[in-house]
Design a protein around this ligand. Sequence first.
Ligand SMILES: [Zn+2]
Length: 320
Amino acid sequence: MKKIVRLFTKGAKSIIAWILLLLLLIFAAITVAEYVKLPSFIPSWSRIFEALGLSPEAPQIIEADKFEIHIIDVGKADSILIRCEGEDMLIDAGEKETAGKVINYLSSVGVKRLKYVMASHPHNDHIGGMSKVLKRFDTDEIIMGDYPVELTPTSNNYEKLLDTIEDKNIPVKKGEAGVTFELGSAKAEILFPYEGYINDELNNYSLVTRFEYGERSFLMMGDCEEEAEDAMLDMNVLKPCDFLKVGHHGSNSSTKKRFLSAIKPEYAAISVGQYDIYGHPDDKVLGRLDDFNVKYYRTDYSGTIVIRSDGSTITVDTEK
Ligand SMILES: [Zn+2]
């Protein structure tokens, strides 16, 4: 009998140990689910609190965050909303086919008018939807590059863009190295291309813009490739930055080691479509980002990516 009791006690102890271990694992999984994407049947604490009606009224957006970059998911194209203290700016507007998506997104986050619209360069995946966006949102100023005659685009989208700028009488600011402007209290400077720069590829005329807000800085590369990166390195205009909008949708022709060594970003985002026929983003680029310990996000996996900063901290939220 004693033996049976002992066996039972031993059995019960091991069952309790197993239950405790299981509870510990569940607790750990729920905690981890807050920060890492786990299978949807594992809820995070905030989802549990929400289900119990215990969520705080305000969403988890930190109110002190004052500078935002929204990498809008427009597939293999660029459309980037930058917001600061009530002022809004759009860099690129994606393809013509996704103009509605860009317009809806801007409306949904409360954009009323745009202080600046910048065309990084006149390829269709950057300016295709721009005419429609300009028609929908009053814009104080448009910033565009100047191109050699042989590279000046003749596309229908570009013609439409120029027509809309003329129809709505939008002032045009020439974008080139040295041009500075402000968005809220954020300071922006165009680093590239400089006057007299010659290249035979329109991508390498992309306007490169660096934003500074408080102690943090953010670099927008358009579709610049290695030659433009090298030209900037030669001109010594690249300073370390906290966030990089990766050039040319993660193509291996961009984001080279020398360039990353100069800017050493902590975060990066790649605007790219699912099942990209060009193989973007290139594994070699992802490898280089990994080598430099960059925490990168990609729109094909995460949807729209929002980077927020209060001038000292940086947080990143993704649509999925
Ligand atoms: Zn592009």
